[in-house]
Write a new protein. Structure first.
Length: 480
Protein backbone atom coordinates (compact mmCIF):
# COMPACT_ATOMS: atom_id res chain seq x y z
CA UNK A 1 0.00 0.00 0.00
CA UNK A 2 1.30 3.47 -0.90
CA UNK A 3 2.21 5.99 1.78
CA UNK A 4 -0.82 7.91 2.83
CA UNK A 5 -3.19 5.39 1.30
CA UNK A 6 -6.05 4.48 3.55
CA UNK A 7 -9.60 3.20 3.48
CA UNK A 8 -10.90 6.48 2.09
CA UNK A 9 -8.55 6.30 -0.90
CA UNK A 10 -10.76 3.67 -2.54
CA UNK A 11 -13.36 6.34 -3.35
CA UNK A 12 -13.57 7.32 -6.98
CA UNK A 13 -12.31 10.92 -7.48
CA UNK A 14 -15.10 12.87 -9.12
CA UNK A 15 -13.07 15.12 -11.43
CA UNK A 16 -11.11 12.30 -13.18
CA UNK A 17 -14.35 10.32 -13.37
CA UNK A 18 -16.04 13.22 -15.17
CA UNK A 19 -13.10 13.38 -17.61
CA UNK A 20 -13.43 9.65 -18.27
CA UNK A 21 -17.18 9.92 -18.85
CA UNK A 22 -16.72 12.93 -21.12
CA UNK A 23 -14.05 11.20 -23.21
CA UNK A 24 -16.10 8.03 -23.55
CA UNK A 25 -19.20 10.08 -24.36
CA UNK A 26 -17.41 11.86 -27.20
CA UNK A 27 -16.19 8.53 -28.55
CA UNK A 28 -19.66 7.03 -28.48
CA UNK A 29 -21.16 10.05 -30.26
CA UNK A 30 -18.44 9.92 -32.93
CA UNK A 31 -19.15 6.23 -33.56
CA UNK A 32 -22.55 7.27 -34.93
CA UNK A 33 -21.82 10.74 -36.29
CA UNK A 34 -18.34 10.69 -37.83
CA UNK A 35 -18.31 10.06 -41.60
CA UNK A 36 -16.69 6.82 -42.72
CA UNK A 37 -13.33 7.19 -44.43
CA UNK A 38 -11.62 5.00 -47.03
CA UNK A 39 -9.70 2.68 -44.67
CA UNK A 40 -12.80 1.99 -42.61
CA UNK A 41 -14.70 1.17 -45.78
CA UNK A 42 -11.93 -1.25 -46.76
CA UNK A 43 -12.30 -2.95 -43.37
CA UNK A 44 -16.08 -3.19 -43.74
CA UNK A 45 -15.86 -4.56 -47.28
CA UNK A 46 -13.10 -7.08 -46.57
CA UNK A 47 -14.67 -8.30 -43.32
CA UNK A 48 -17.71 -9.46 -45.31
CA UNK A 49 -15.55 -11.78 -47.42
CA UNK A 50 -14.91 -15.46 -46.59
CA UNK A 51 -11.94 -16.09 -44.27
CA UNK A 52 -9.81 -17.46 -47.12
CA UNK A 53 -10.45 -14.31 -49.15
CA UNK A 54 -9.49 -12.09 -46.20
CA UNK A 55 -6.11 -13.78 -45.88
CA UNK A 56 -5.54 -13.72 -49.63
CA UNK A 57 -6.44 -10.02 -49.86
CA UNK A 58 -4.08 -9.15 -47.01
CA UNK A 59 -1.19 -10.75 -48.89
CA UNK A 60 -1.47 -7.72 -51.19
CA UNK A 61 -2.16 -5.21 -48.43
CA UNK A 62 -0.13 -3.93 -45.49
CA UNK A 63 -1.74 -5.17 -42.29
CA UNK A 64 -2.20 -8.19 -40.02
CA UNK A 65 -5.51 -10.10 -39.78
CA UNK A 66 -6.88 -10.01 -36.22
CA UNK A 67 -8.97 -6.87 -36.44
CA UNK A 68 -10.54 -8.00 -39.71
CA UNK A 69 -11.62 -11.20 -37.97
CA UNK A 70 -13.09 -9.21 -35.08
CA UNK A 71 -14.85 -6.97 -37.61
CA UNK A 72 -16.25 -10.05 -39.34
CA UNK A 73 -17.71 -11.28 -36.05
CA UNK A 74 -19.15 -7.85 -35.31
CA UNK A 75 -20.80 -7.69 -38.74
CA UNK A 76 -22.44 -11.13 -38.60
CA UNK A 77 -25.81 -9.73 -37.48
CA UNK A 78 -25.62 -6.78 -39.90
CA UNK A 79 -25.87 -8.49 -43.29
CA UNK A 80 -25.59 -5.99 -46.15
CA UNK A 81 -23.83 -2.62 -45.80
CA UNK A 82 -25.89 -0.11 -43.87
CA UNK A 83 -26.61 1.19 -40.39
CA UNK A 84 -25.39 -2.04 -38.77
CA UNK A 85 -21.83 -1.29 -39.85
CA UNK A 86 -21.45 0.93 -36.79
CA UNK A 87 -20.88 -2.34 -34.87
CA UNK A 88 -17.27 -2.36 -36.10
CA UNK A 89 -16.73 1.09 -34.61
CA UNK A 90 -18.29 -0.14 -31.38
CA UNK A 91 -15.52 -2.74 -31.19
CA UNK A 92 -13.07 0.17 -30.93
CA UNK A 93 -15.33 1.92 -28.41
CA UNK A 94 -15.42 -1.21 -26.26
CA UNK A 95 -11.61 -1.39 -26.45
CA UNK A 96 -11.41 2.25 -25.32
CA UNK A 97 -13.78 1.51 -22.43
CA UNK A 98 -11.69 -1.47 -21.29
CA UNK A 99 -8.60 0.75 -21.13
CA UNK A 100 -10.02 2.36 -17.98
CA UNK A 101 -9.99 -0.66 -15.60
CA UNK A 102 -6.69 -1.83 -17.11
CA UNK A 103 -5.08 1.55 -16.45
CA UNK A 104 -6.27 1.43 -12.84
CA UNK A 105 -4.85 -2.07 -12.45
CA UNK A 106 -1.55 -1.26 -14.19
CA UNK A 107 -1.07 1.81 -11.98
CA UNK A 108 -1.58 -0.31 -8.87
CA UNK A 109 0.87 -2.94 -10.08
CA UNK A 110 3.43 -0.20 -10.79
CA UNK A 111 3.13 0.89 -7.17
CA UNK A 112 1.20 4.08 -7.87
CA UNK A 113 -2.42 3.12 -7.34
CA UNK A 114 -3.56 6.69 -6.71
CA UNK A 115 -2.35 7.73 -10.17
CA UNK A 116 -4.67 5.27 -11.92
CA UNK A 117 -7.64 7.61 -12.18
CA UNK A 118 -5.40 10.42 -13.37
CA UNK A 119 -4.08 8.12 -16.11
CA UNK A 120 -7.61 7.05 -17.05
CA UNK A 121 -8.72 10.70 -17.25
CA UNK A 122 -5.77 11.66 -19.44
CA UNK A 123 -6.21 8.69 -21.75
CA UNK A 124 -9.91 9.51 -22.09
CA UNK A 125 -9.13 13.09 -23.16
CA UNK A 126 -6.17 12.52 -25.50
CA UNK A 127 -7.56 13.67 -28.89
CA UNK A 128 -5.67 10.98 -30.81
CA UNK A 129 -7.02 8.24 -28.54
CA UNK A 130 -10.54 9.66 -28.87
CA UNK A 131 -10.38 9.75 -32.67
CA UNK A 132 -9.11 6.18 -33.01
CA UNK A 133 -11.41 4.92 -30.27
CA UNK A 134 -14.39 5.71 -32.50
CA UNK A 135 -13.50 4.25 -35.88
CA UNK A 136 -13.65 0.87 -37.54
CA UNK A 137 -9.94 0.15 -37.59
CA UNK A 138 -7.66 -1.86 -35.32
CA UNK A 139 -5.73 0.89 -33.54
CA UNK A 140 -7.77 1.02 -30.31
CA UNK A 141 -7.76 -2.78 -30.07
CA UNK A 142 -3.97 -2.88 -30.58
CA UNK A 143 -3.56 -0.19 -27.91
CA UNK A 144 -5.66 -2.23 -25.46
CA UNK A 145 -3.62 -5.37 -26.11
CA UNK A 146 -0.33 -3.47 -25.62
CA UNK A 147 -1.63 -2.19 -22.29
CA UNK A 148 -2.79 -5.69 -21.31
CA UNK A 149 0.63 -7.12 -22.15
CA UNK A 150 2.28 -4.38 -20.08
CA UNK A 151 -0.03 -5.00 -17.11
CA UNK A 152 0.55 -8.78 -17.25
CA UNK A 153 4.30 -8.18 -17.43
CA UNK A 154 4.05 -6.05 -14.29
CA UNK A 155 2.09 -8.89 -12.70
CA UNK A 156 4.97 -11.25 -13.49
CA UNK A 157 7.20 -9.03 -11.35
CA UNK A 158 4.63 -8.87 -8.56
CA UNK A 159 3.63 -12.55 -8.41
CA UNK A 160 5.80 -14.63 -10.76
CA UNK A 161 4.05 -17.54 -12.43
CA UNK A 162 4.31 -19.25 -15.84
CA UNK A 163 0.58 -18.71 -16.45
CA UNK A 164 0.91 -14.95 -16.04
CA UNK A 165 3.96 -14.91 -18.32
CA UNK A 166 2.07 -16.86 -20.99
CA UNK A 167 -0.88 -14.43 -20.71
CA UNK A 168 1.49 -11.48 -21.23
CA UNK A 169 2.95 -13.17 -24.29
CA UNK A 170 -0.49 -13.95 -25.74
CA UNK A 171 -1.56 -10.32 -25.34
CA UNK A 172 1.65 -9.08 -26.97
CA UNK A 173 1.32 -11.54 -29.86
CA UNK A 174 -2.32 -10.57 -30.38
CA UNK A 175 -1.32 -6.88 -30.43
CA UNK A 176 1.17 -7.60 -33.22
CA UNK A 177 -1.53 -9.48 -35.13
CA UNK A 178 -3.76 -6.42 -34.82
CA UNK A 179 -1.30 -3.73 -35.95
CA UNK A 180 2.40 -3.88 -36.75
CA UNK A 181 3.11 -0.53 -35.04
CA UNK A 182 2.37 -2.24 -31.71
CA UNK A 183 5.88 -3.69 -32.02
CA UNK A 184 7.51 -0.48 -30.76
CA UNK A 185 5.75 0.05 -27.42
CA UNK A 186 5.95 -3.72 -26.83
CA UNK A 187 9.70 -3.72 -27.50
CA UNK A 188 10.08 -0.67 -25.26
CA UNK A 189 8.18 -2.42 -22.46
CA UNK A 190 10.33 -5.54 -22.86
CA UNK A 191 13.50 -3.44 -22.50
CA UNK A 192 12.10 -1.51 -19.55
CA UNK A 193 11.01 -4.62 -17.65
CA UNK A 194 13.91 -6.92 -18.45
CA UNK A 195 15.46 -6.49 -14.98
CA UNK A 196 12.27 -6.86 -12.97
CA UNK A 197 11.09 -10.33 -11.99
CA UNK A 198 12.42 -13.74 -13.03
CA UNK A 199 14.27 -13.46 -16.30
CA UNK A 200 13.11 -16.88 -17.47
CA UNK A 201 9.46 -15.83 -17.20
CA UNK A 202 10.06 -12.70 -19.28
CA UNK A 203 11.81 -14.90 -21.84
CA UNK A 204 8.78 -17.18 -21.77
CA UNK A 205 6.51 -14.19 -22.48
CA UNK A 206 8.70 -13.13 -25.39
CA UNK A 207 8.76 -16.66 -26.79
CA UNK A 208 4.96 -16.95 -26.63
CA UNK A 209 4.53 -13.56 -28.33
CA UNK A 210 7.01 -14.53 -31.06
CA UNK A 211 5.27 -17.87 -31.58
CA UNK A 212 1.86 -16.22 -31.94
CA UNK A 213 3.18 -13.59 -34.36
CA UNK A 214 5.19 -16.19 -36.32
CA UNK A 215 1.96 -17.72 -37.60
CA UNK A 216 1.46 -14.57 -39.69
CA UNK A 217 5.11 -13.95 -40.53
CA UNK A 218 5.09 -15.76 -43.92
CA UNK A 219 2.34 -13.41 -45.11
CA UNK A 220 3.87 -10.29 -43.52
CA UNK A 221 7.19 -10.88 -45.29
CA UNK A 222 5.62 -10.89 -48.75
CA UNK A 223 3.25 -7.95 -48.28
CA UNK A 224 4.31 -5.29 -50.80
CA UNK A 225 6.02 -2.12 -49.62
CA UNK A 226 4.12 -0.36 -52.40
CA UNK A 227 1.02 -0.65 -50.22
CA UNK A 228 2.45 2.29 -48.24
CA UNK A 229 3.30 4.30 -51.36
CA UNK A 230 0.50 6.75 -50.56
CA UNK A 231 2.62 8.08 -47.67
CA UNK A 232 4.99 9.65 -50.20
CA UNK A 233 2.27 12.16 -50.99
CA UNK A 234 2.18 13.49 -47.43
CA UNK A 235 4.20 16.62 -46.57
CA UNK A 236 7.47 15.54 -44.93
CA UNK A 237 7.96 18.71 -42.92
CA UNK A 238 6.87 18.38 -39.34
CA UNK A 239 6.19 14.64 -39.43
CA UNK A 240 8.85 13.81 -36.81
CA UNK A 241 7.89 16.68 -34.50
CA UNK A 242 4.20 15.78 -34.83
CA UNK A 243 5.02 12.21 -33.85
CA UNK A 244 6.91 13.37 -30.75
CA UNK A 245 3.95 15.56 -29.78
CA UNK A 246 1.54 12.71 -30.45
CA UNK A 247 3.43 10.16 -28.34
CA UNK A 248 4.08 12.50 -25.38
CA UNK A 249 0.96 14.68 -25.38
CA UNK A 250 -1.65 12.63 -27.23
CA UNK A 251 -2.35 15.56 -29.58
CA UNK A 252 -1.96 15.75 -33.35
CA UNK A 253 -1.87 19.24 -34.81
CA UNK A 254 0.02 20.14 -37.96
CA UNK A 255 -0.89 23.82 -37.87
CA UNK A 256 0.42 26.91 -36.17
CA UNK A 257 0.20 25.34 -32.72
CA UNK A 258 2.82 22.69 -33.59
CA UNK A 259 5.93 24.70 -32.53
CA UNK A 260 4.38 25.43 -29.12
CA UNK A 261 3.26 21.84 -28.68
CA UNK A 262 6.70 20.60 -29.66
CA UNK A 263 8.34 22.83 -27.05
CA UNK A 264 5.91 21.47 -24.49
CA UNK A 265 6.67 17.91 -25.52
CA UNK A 266 10.40 18.53 -24.96
CA UNK A 267 9.63 19.54 -21.38
CA UNK A 268 7.55 16.38 -21.02
CA UNK A 269 10.46 14.38 -22.46
CA UNK A 270 12.66 15.61 -19.61
CA UNK A 271 9.95 14.59 -17.16
CA UNK A 272 9.85 11.12 -18.72
CA UNK A 273 13.64 10.79 -18.48
CA UNK A 274 13.58 11.70 -14.79
CA UNK A 275 10.70 9.29 -14.14
CA UNK A 276 12.55 6.50 -15.93
CA UNK A 277 15.63 7.10 -13.78
CA UNK A 278 13.46 6.73 -10.72
CA UNK A 279 12.28 3.35 -11.97
CA UNK A 280 8.95 4.19 -13.63
CA UNK A 281 8.44 1.24 -16.05
CA UNK A 282 5.90 3.07 -18.24
CA UNK A 283 8.25 6.04 -18.74
CA UNK A 284 11.13 3.73 -19.60
CA UNK A 285 8.90 1.80 -22.03
CA UNK A 286 7.83 4.97 -23.87
CA UNK A 287 11.40 6.27 -24.12
CA UNK A 288 12.86 2.95 -25.28
CA UNK A 289 9.99 2.19 -27.66
CA UNK A 290 10.00 5.71 -29.07
CA UNK A 291 13.75 5.57 -29.69
CA UNK A 292 13.36 2.27 -31.55
CA UNK A 293 10.50 3.77 -33.57
CA UNK A 294 12.64 6.68 -34.74
CA UNK A 295 15.56 4.42 -35.60
CA UNK A 296 13.27 2.22 -37.68
CA UNK A 297 11.82 5.36 -39.28
CA UNK A 298 15.24 6.32 -40.58
CA UNK A 299 15.22 3.17 -42.71
CA UNK A 300 11.47 3.13 -43.43
CA UNK A 301 10.13 6.72 -43.34
CA UNK A 302 6.67 5.53 -44.36
CA UNK A 303 6.04 4.15 -40.86
CA UNK A 304 6.40 7.57 -39.21
CA UNK A 305 2.70 8.40 -39.42
CA UNK A 306 2.28 10.87 -36.56
CA UNK A 307 -1.17 10.14 -35.15
CA UNK A 308 -1.32 6.42 -35.95
CA UNK A 309 2.19 5.80 -34.72
CA UNK A 310 1.30 7.36 -31.36
CA UNK A 311 -1.90 5.42 -30.63
CA UNK A 312 -0.42 2.31 -28.98
CA UNK A 313 1.96 4.40 -26.84
CA UNK A 314 -0.78 6.53 -25.30
CA UNK A 315 -1.91 4.24 -22.45
CA UNK A 316 1.71 4.11 -21.23
CA UNK A 317 2.04 7.88 -21.65
CA UNK A 318 -1.11 8.36 -19.60
CA UNK A 319 0.31 6.17 -16.82
CA UNK A 320 3.40 8.38 -16.64
CA UNK A 321 1.65 11.75 -16.76
CA UNK A 322 -1.17 10.56 -14.51
CA UNK A 323 1.38 9.81 -11.80
CA UNK A 324 2.82 13.32 -11.80
CA UNK A 325 0.85 15.32 -9.23
CA UNK A 326 0.17 19.02 -9.64
CA UNK A 327 1.25 21.09 -12.63
CA UNK A 328 2.38 18.35 -15.09
CA UNK A 329 -0.82 16.29 -14.84
CA UNK A 330 -3.05 19.38 -14.71
CA UNK A 331 -1.37 21.01 -17.70
CA UNK A 332 -1.49 17.82 -19.77
CA UNK A 333 -5.18 17.32 -18.96
CA UNK A 334 -6.05 20.94 -19.79
CA UNK A 335 -4.14 20.80 -23.10
CA UNK A 336 -5.72 17.47 -24.09
CA UNK A 337 -9.21 18.69 -23.20
CA UNK A 338 -8.77 22.00 -25.02
CA UNK A 339 -7.55 20.39 -28.24
CA UNK A 340 -10.29 17.78 -28.02
CA UNK A 341 -12.89 20.56 -27.92
CA UNK A 342 -11.21 22.33 -30.84
CA UNK A 343 -10.79 19.28 -33.05
CA UNK A 344 -13.83 17.10 -32.39
CA UNK A 345 -16.25 19.30 -34.35
CA UNK A 346 -14.13 18.92 -37.50
CA UNK A 347 -14.33 15.12 -37.28
CA UNK A 348 -18.07 15.10 -38.02
CA UNK A 349 -17.95 17.19 -41.19
CA UNK A 350 -19.05 15.39 -44.31
CA UNK A 351 -16.24 13.95 -46.39
CA UNK A 352 -15.68 14.46 -50.15
CA UNK A 353 -16.60 10.81 -50.72
CA UNK A 354 -19.85 11.23 -48.81
CA UNK A 355 -20.73 14.38 -50.76
CA UNK A 356 -19.96 12.71 -54.09
CA UNK A 357 -22.03 9.65 -53.21
CA UNK A 358 -25.01 11.88 -52.35
CA UNK A 359 -24.59 13.65 -55.71
CA UNK A 360 -24.50 10.37 -57.62
CA UNK A 361 -27.38 8.72 -55.77
CA UNK A 362 -30.04 10.23 -58.08
CA UNK A 363 -28.53 9.17 -61.43
CA UNK A 364 -27.63 5.74 -60.01
CA UNK A 365 -31.21 5.32 -58.83
CA UNK A 366 -32.31 5.84 -62.47
CA UNK A 367 -29.98 3.15 -63.75
CA UNK A 368 -26.68 4.95 -64.32
CA UNK A 369 -23.42 3.06 -63.92
CA UNK A 370 -20.40 4.75 -62.33
CA UNK A 371 -16.81 4.15 -63.40
CA UNK A 372 -14.45 5.50 -60.73
CA UNK A 373 -10.68 5.87 -60.95
CA UNK A 374 -8.44 4.81 -58.08
CA UNK A 375 -9.59 4.47 -54.49
CA UNK A 376 -12.71 6.53 -55.14
CA UNK A 377 -14.11 3.30 -56.63
CA UNK A 378 -14.17 1.07 -53.51
CA UNK A 379 -15.55 3.91 -51.40
CA UNK A 380 -18.33 4.75 -53.85
CA UNK A 381 -19.09 1.05 -54.32
CA UNK A 382 -19.63 0.64 -50.58
CA UNK A 383 -21.69 3.82 -50.29
CA UNK A 384 -23.95 2.84 -53.19
CA UNK A 385 -24.44 -0.63 -51.68
CA UNK A 386 -25.37 1.00 -48.36
CA UNK A 387 -28.28 2.81 -50.05
CA UNK A 388 -29.44 -0.34 -51.83
CA UNK A 389 -27.58 0.03 -55.15
CA UNK A 390 -24.89 -2.68 -55.07
CA UNK A 391 -22.85 -3.48 -58.16
CA UNK A 392 -23.34 -0.14 -59.90
CA UNK A 393 -19.71 1.05 -59.49
CA UNK A 394 -16.89 -0.25 -61.70
CA UNK A 395 -13.27 0.09 -60.60
CA UNK A 396 -10.58 1.48 -62.89
CA UNK A 397 -7.92 0.34 -63.49
CA UNK A 398 -8.11 -3.39 -62.68
CA UNK A 399 -5.30 -3.06 -60.10
CA UNK A 400 -7.78 -1.36 -57.77
CA UNK A 401 -9.91 -4.51 -57.69
CA UNK A 402 -6.84 -6.64 -56.98
CA UNK A 403 -5.93 -4.73 -53.82
CA UNK A 404 -8.66 -2.20 -52.91
CA UNK A 405 -6.92 -1.18 -49.68
CA UNK A 406 -4.29 0.76 -51.62
CA UNK A 407 -3.43 1.72 -55.19
CA UNK A 408 0.03 2.53 -56.56
CA UNK A 409 -0.55 4.04 -59.98
CA UNK A 410 3.17 4.11 -60.75
CA UNK A 411 3.16 0.30 -60.88
CA UNK A 412 0.58 0.16 -63.71
CA UNK A 413 2.19 0.15 -67.20
CA UNK A 414 0.93 3.05 -69.39
CA UNK A 415 0.02 0.70 -72.22
CA UNK A 416 -2.22 -1.34 -69.91
CA UNK A 417 -3.96 1.82 -68.72
CA UNK A 418 -4.73 2.78 -72.32
CA UNK A 419 -5.94 -0.72 -73.23
CA UNK A 420 -8.24 -0.93 -70.22
CA UNK A 421 -9.53 2.62 -70.81
CA UNK A 422 -10.35 1.72 -74.42
CA UNK A 423 -12.30 -1.34 -73.27
CA UNK A 424 -14.26 0.69 -70.71
CA UNK A 425 -15.14 3.35 -73.28
CA UNK A 426 -16.22 0.72 -75.81
CA UNK A 427 -18.58 -0.84 -73.26
CA UNK A 428 -20.04 2.51 -72.20
CA UNK A 429 -23.72 3.35 -72.14
CA UNK A 430 -25.30 6.82 -72.51
CA UNK A 431 -26.12 6.98 -68.81
CA UNK A 432 -22.59 6.14 -67.60
CA UNK A 433 -20.81 8.52 -65.21
CA UNK A 434 -17.02 8.72 -64.86
CA UNK A 435 -15.25 9.94 -61.71
CA UNK A 436 -11.77 11.17 -62.63
CA UNK A 437 -9.45 12.35 -59.82
CA UNK A 438 -7.22 15.24 -60.86
CA UNK A 439 -3.51 14.59 -61.41
CA UNK A 440 -3.94 10.89 -62.13
CA UNK A 441 -2.42 9.10 -65.14
CA UNK A 442 -5.35 6.69 -65.08
CA UNK A 443 -7.77 9.63 -65.25
CA UNK A 444 -5.92 11.06 -68.24
CA UNK A 445 -5.99 7.74 -70.06
CA UNK A 446 -9.69 7.22 -69.41
CA UNK A 447 -10.60 10.84 -70.21
CA UNK A 448 -8.94 10.55 -73.60
CA UNK A 449 -10.93 7.45 -74.53
CA UNK A 450 -14.34 8.52 -73.24
CA UNK A 451 -14.01 11.98 -74.81
CA UNK A 452 -13.62 10.25 -78.14
CA UNK A 453 -16.80 8.28 -77.36
CA UNK A 454 -18.76 11.48 -76.76
CA UNK A 455 -18.45 11.96 -72.99
CA UNK A 456 -19.04 15.48 -71.67
CA UNK A 457 -17.89 17.13 -68.40
CA UNK A 458 -20.84 17.62 -66.06
CA UNK A 459 -19.12 18.74 -62.87
CA UNK A 460 -15.83 19.36 -61.11
CA UNK A 461 -14.33 19.93 -57.66
CA UNK A 462 -10.76 20.72 -56.63
CA UNK A 463 -10.24 16.96 -56.26
CA UNK A 464 -11.94 15.46 -59.31
CA UNK A 465 -13.90 15.82 -62.52
CA UNK A 466 -17.21 14.17 -63.40
CA UNK A 467 -18.03 13.12 -66.98
CA UNK A 468 -21.08 11.54 -68.60
CA UNK A 469 -21.56 9.76 -71.87
CA UNK A 470 -24.36 10.94 -74.12
CA UNK A 471 -26.25 14.18 -74.46
CA UNK A 472 -26.59 16.72 -71.59
CA UNK A 473 -29.61 16.08 -69.39
CA UNK A 474 -29.73 12.34 -70.05
CA UNK A 475 -30.70 9.87 -67.31
CA UNK A 476 -31.22 12.33 -64.50
CA UNK A 477 -27.98 14.22 -64.98
CA UNK A 478 -27.22 16.81 -62.33
CA UNK A 479 -24.67 19.57 -62.47
CA UNK A 480 -22.22 20.00 -59.59
Amino acid sequence: MEAGEGPGSSRVPWLPLLCVLAGLGVRLALCFEKPLWADEIFTLSLAREPLSRIVEALRLDSGPPLHYLLAKLALLPAGAPGAGDVSVRLVSFLAALLHVPLLLLAARRAGAARSGWGAAALYSLFPIAVAYGAEGRGYAVASLLVLAAFERSLAVRERPSPGTAVAAGLCAGAALLTHYLALFPLAGAALALRRGGPRRLHLLSGAVAALVAAAWLPVALVQPRASMAWVAGLPASGQASRLVVGVLLGIDDGGRALPFLFCGSLAVLVLFALAARRGDPAAAAVLAGGALFFLAGLAYPEILLPERGAVAFLPLTALVLGGRDGIPAGTASAAAGAFLLLQASSWVRTSPGEDLAAHLAGPVGQGARVVAVGLWGPELGYRMAAIGRPGCVSLFPSDVARHPGWYAEAEVPPERLVAEARAVAAAGRPSDLFVLPRGSRASEALRGEIAGAGARPVGATPLLELYRLGRPGAAGEGER
